[in-house]
Design a protein around this ligand. Sequence first.
Ligand code: SF4
Length: 380
Amino acid sequence: VCPTGAIAEKDNTEEVFQAIADPKKYVIVQTAPSVRAGLGEAFGLPIGTNVEGKMVAALRRLGFDKVFDTDIAADLTIMEEAHEFIERVQNGGTLPMVTSCSPGWIKYCEHYFPDMTDNLSTCKSPMQMFGATTKTYYAEKMGINPKDIFMVAIMPCTAKKFEIGRLDQDAAGVPDVDVSLTVRELGRMIERVGIDFSSLPDEDFDSPLGISTGAAVIFGATGGVMEAALRTAVETLTGEELEKVDFTEVRGTKGIKEATYHVAGMDVKVAVASGLRNAKELLTKVKNGEADYHFIEIMGCPGGCVNGGGMPQVPANVRNFTDVRALRAKVLYDLDAGMPIRKSHDNPAIKELYDTYFGKPGSHKAHEILHTSYVKRSVN
Ligand code: SF4
């Protein structure tokens, strides 16, 4: 809480309650990977409790027409991003390519490293890809006018509220996402309607936009996007199935991580940074020619989205003695390890999306709907 009262947290819950109550609106909710690793804390459950099933049940009881998982759009992001990376490597594109799913990082890059915006992947974030896909592909498939769809995103993030109003975030001529709520706001909504969260049964996401992979769920932890992208990029480049899908070198809560992988006759150098101080240190080295990478993952928050500004707040006396980031990240890595499909390109729902709608990764249609552009801003 701001000590002077000059900054108030933006609360959009009322807009969502109104949309749910409006019979003309088809209200769809999507939930980011890390939400399931933090929402339980809002109801007194221990840090590191996976509440995916109860979260889905609570959203249904709140009255959403469909409860989908942002994770499928994380798989879609990987398909597009891995393809973009391979294209840049093979055709002399701008390297290192830097991930683009963290709006806190993107806005920082635009202000403080405007000469490096060409390094950013042009992929929209999974939240925006999900909204864009819902209001184009899903709307067409279901015969719904995209104008009647009200897309709500539950995110671990406060910067997502800014992201939904950025340039190019309206693939169907209406905003890809209408409202982005934090995990804290969702907790307040559940409390306000009197749902007893802890005693809810576990329920599953709706189909088809609820089918996802282990690669997608680890997006919520620092290093997760890199690992997911490597799983797909390496198999695409080599044409062979990976013996081991775990790229453990990029895991963990260290601020900057580096690794080199030998892939198809080439040494691919990667780096992962979380927290803007670490991002600045890493990019300054790249700009000064002191480091040389092909692919970089950057997340605005230290530890990634599991430690995002929209997650339940942990009191200092607990935070000082508990590695909150590691406990929440473990939820996601445990989920990944137990999933039947762990690579984005093996997701059957993704295959269907490309077969019936986008064609192939990087197609003209995919670019129109799933990619974006950036603004070179000044510090002032
Ligand atoms: Fe938002 Fe932080 Fe996650 Fe970036 S790392 S998407 S700023 S919560």
